[in-house]
Design a protein around this ligand. Sequence first.
Ligand code: SF4
Length: 370
Amino acid sequence: MPGDAALHCHVSHPIQRSLHDPDFAGLQRILEAEGVNPSHARALWGALHREGALDLASRSFLPPLQRWVERSVGEGKAFFLDAPEVIEEIRSDDELTRKFLLRLRDGQTIETVLMGYAGRHTVCVSTQAGCAMGCVFCATGQMGFVRHLRPGEIVAQVLHARRVLQTVAPGRRLRNLVLMGMGEPLHNYESVMQALSSISNPGGISIGPARIAISTVGVIPGILRLAEERQPYKLAVSLHGSTDEERSALVPVGERWPLPDLIEACRQYGKITEKRIFFEWTLIDGKNDSPETAARLAKLLTNINAHINLIPLNPTGGYTGEESDAGTGRQFQHILQASGFPCTFRQRRGIDVAAGCGMLKAERGTKRQV
Ligand code: SF4
């Protein structure tokens, strides 16, 4: 019926795709498939990634691209831009750390953190809504897994943080990225790699690969794949335990990927890439902070080019473990340093803004609407 047809032209395009999902080569392919010369991809990429446009309606491009944008990009059309809605922004007392609770198109909420210290700015992004890994001390782990993020949803977090940085500290560049927010990056490998290809592209956001750190809880196939593909990013592995028993009590995936196998995978990674690996260790009183544990850890990491980061425990509602006291932490550090490993305490940034991943979302509740 004619009336039905008129109705349908106002209904959303059946398959909408994000223009922030593809990397540069993918964007060229999209334009080509849409009948637009792929040489126009550079201008489109610049608007999306270098300028961080929130919509393209007010932009002017050369006529063939302009016509395609008008026809195909926008709500209800074939393509959309990822521009998550900011539900909440909270700041640390010193204003250097800002945490954002962002709502995605399907209503899922994720967290992104912009951290500034000593003139450097780092953004910490989420790679999944929720997480399947279930680490007992982590608010996100306590929520469970909801879904993987698309590449565009990862890129859009960096764009948002950069936009905020340009407002609060004009002229400052966002130089560092860590994948330590909600989710396990290597559980969402393809999307993460595609997003990082976009984020490190020199014609766009341009964060150098050596300034991008992927943090994993120890997903062995992902670690080996990073090595085989010679991915240029930094690797951080969360250990938290020096025996399978100690580790699995904190990180349940330790049962699936036992510690000796994980260390062997790290050894291989180091051998293939010749890169240093950062090992993350959350110090928990009476659980993994004894001198014996430190000595065992040093032995475990023999012949690995390792840097150990000691992390203070962020209190979460559902976990009763407590942070190690300062003296115990320092002793732990000294044992590792005496064994020849660089070992540093990660600065606690903005505990007053619920800085542990998933804590803001957990505090606000997942169904909050504003
Ligand atoms: S610490 Fe990381 S891997 Fe573990 S549950 Fe939390 S988000 Fe997932």
